[in-house]
Design a protein around this ligand. Structure first.
Ligand code: ADP
Ligand code: MG
Length: 320
């Protein structure tokens, strides 16, 4: 199978055919039409075997995750994802692996009407790069820099589940039950990008980020870009319920605060937006939890009920 047969067999057949794609896979570059009144957003992510995912991760899960992490960036900008390019580097083209990988990827493409419009295919150690592009009405993109003093800090979903799965995978020391291990591995390898939430936040949130490296680290980026501090109430943090089945309370909170890979959104809103968020949470069937507020100063502080600080030595995943 040569490179062109491979592309035709595994990546060209897609359920999604967008009207705004003038030229898709097959030419030197894709051509798309950006509608008037919209800004184009783009984001790229690379996942390297053994660094960003365990080498034994199922191919279909990798297809899902490679796209999900990029969709999550679109969500954090309030953008509607539209087009995808994909770069695959792999040791040798294995049909079974490619069939599963493209199935996982294209299924998620279909769910969000994202069209794969091109890519690159090379030989080398397994590495996957996705570039997603999206659309957001002009001036409506959600930035990290928009938070104001007194804004409330919200988090979607639950935190720490993916972190517990990773800890168990790496150290095999969590003694998870089989069914909990299954559920948690789903959280790690099949994150749900919060695309609908991000788009709905365009007119509610002042700043947003997706939690890829850990809540403290990522909220720290909002604080820094907004030239403010952030204060979190420890007991408000929506830690995944399963964490305390295996960890002491203290360790459970540490994981929820500093583990990455959950791909939930963290965002800030003016206090008046609270009732709007309640409705949104119901409409999306997704918990949206207020965990604290933006304050003057800098850095992220976590406070306990007795008004003392919960000190964390590690704030999140560091790439280097
Ligand atoms: P070029 O020589 O211009 O780099 P390629 O031979 O790499 O082109 O690719 C041929 C066509 O297939 C291009 O349209 C490219 O965008 C597309 N393509 C290559 N790899 C992939 C892939 N993994 N997924 C989707 N499209 C791909
Ligand atoms: Mg090429």
């Amino acid at each position: 199978m040569n490179e062109f047969e491979l592309i035709a067999r595994y990546f060209k057949q897609q359920a999604t055919e967008r009207a705004d794609v003038n030229v898709g896979i097959g030419d030197d570059a894709a051509v798309v039409t950006v509608p008037r009144g919209y800004n184009l957003t783009m984001s790229i992510d690379t996942m390297v075997a053994g660094v960003h995912f365990p080498v034994d991760t199922a191919a279909a899960d990798l297809g899902h995750k490679a796209l999900a992490v990029s969709l999550s960036d679109m969500a954090a900008m309030g953008a509607e994802p539209t087009w995808l390019t994909l770069s695959i580097t792999m040791p040798d083209p294995n049909s079974g692996w490619l069939a599963e990988f493209s199935r996982g990827l294209l299924q998620l493409c279909e769910r969000y009407a994202v069209q794969l419009v091109g890519g690159d295919t090379c030989r080398g150690p397994l590495s996957l790069t996705t570039q997603v592009q999206g659309l957001v009405p002009c001036e409506k993109a959600l930035l990290r820099s928009g938070a104001n003093v007194g804004d409330l800090i919200y988090v979607s979903g639950e935190l720490g589940g993916a972190g517990l799965a990773l800890q168990d995978k790496l150290y095999d020391d969590c003694q998870l039950s089989d069914s909990d291990r299954n559920d948690l591995m789903q959280r790690l390898s099949r994150p749900e990008p919060r695309v609908e939430l991000g788009m709905a936040l365009r007119n509610l949130a002042t700043a947003a980020i997706d939690i890829s490296d850990g809540l403290l680290a990522d909220l720290g980026h909002i604080a820094q870009a907004s030239e403010l501090g952030a204060r979190i109430e420890l007991t408000q943090v929506p830690k995944a319920a399963v964490l305390t089945d295996y960890l002491a309370l203290d360790a459970a909170y540490r994981l929820a605060l500093a583990a990455g890979d959950d791909y939930e959104l963290c965002f800030t809103v003016p206090p008046a937006a609270q009732s709007g968020l309640q409705e949104l949470s119901q409409r999306l069937a997704l918990p949206l939890t207020c965990v604290g507020e933006m304050v003057t100063g800098h850095g992220v502080k976590v406070m306990q009920d007795d008004a003392t600080e919960f000190v964390m030595e590690k704030q999140g995943y560091a790439h280097f």
